[in-house]
Design a protein around this ligand. Structure first.
Ligand code: GTP
Ligand code: MG
Length: 207
């Protein structure tokens, strides 16, 4: 689809209704797989919930917080009548009680590996930190599950151009090892709005 049309489609889609559907704590609680969905995965505190709020232009739709481990359920948001946006609990967070973390990490993995209607997983990477070992584990899981994933760099407003370019190069290199990777990286700032229109267009044109 030509760029301007994709952007317009994205704008219209996200200008329409977005509603919280439910928070899920077990695979049995997932909504019926009757529409296309995209999810936001990434290390704890990387900015998943903030990105959903920026995309939807609703500041408090997804609970964002300074406290890592804020999102502990899989949260489903209905975007229009044909799509779900899925906010996932962060991974790589070790401060909460071990049993609790183990439970939500297992759910996260089951979801990523087994959700048939999942069209794309956006894997968020902090532009300051690049791809870490825990990210690689998730990327490998997505490869094995044949879930196409796309890297979204977050908090771009917090880095210099030099650091940004170093991170992009590091991520590009990491992606060459992952067959399920979509090659285009999206640089974003939920704070400043960078990359938000692009991401809306990508989500709007996935079928
Ligand atoms: P968990 O649910 O705990 O896994 O975290 P999360 O990935 O949902 O992160 P969340 O959106 O809660 O954001 C974590 C912190 O980063 C918050 O203090 C946000 O305000 C901040 N943050 C998120 N995105 C940006 C951004 O683009 N720029 C800046 N400067 N801060 C951001
Ligand atoms: Mg969150």
């Amino acid at each position: 689809m030509p760029e301007p049309f994709a952007h317009e489609k994205g704008r219209l889609l996200f200008a329409g209704p977005v509603d919280f559907v439910k928070g899920v704590v077990a695979m049995s609680g997932l909504p019926a797989p009757d529409r296309v969905e995209v999810c936001f995965a990434g290390r704890s505190n990387v900015g998943k919930s903030s990105l959903i709020n920026a995309l939807t232009g609703r500041k408090t739709l997804a609970r964002a917080s300074n406290t890592p481990g804020r999102t502990q359920e899989i949260n489903f948001f209905a975007l229009g009548a044909e799509r779900y946006l899925v906010d996932l609990p962060g991974y790589g967070y070790a401060e909460a009680p071990l049993a609790v973390v183990a439970k939500w990490q297992a759910l996260l993995r089951d979801y990523l590996a087994g959700r048939q209607t999942l069209r794309r997983a956006f894997v968020l990477i902090d532009t300051r930190h690049g791809v870490k070992a825990v990210d690689r584990e998730i990327l490998t899981l997505l490869d094995r599950s044949a879930v196409t994933f796309q890297v979204v760099l977050t908090k771009a407003d917090k880095v210099s151009v030099t650091v940004r370019d170093e991170t992009i190069a590091q991520v590009q290199d990491a992606l060459t090892k992952h067959p399920a990777a979509y090659p285009e990286i999206v640089l974003t700032s939920s704070e400043k709005g960078d990359g938000i229109e692009t991401l809306r267009a990508i989500i709007a044109t996935l079928v």
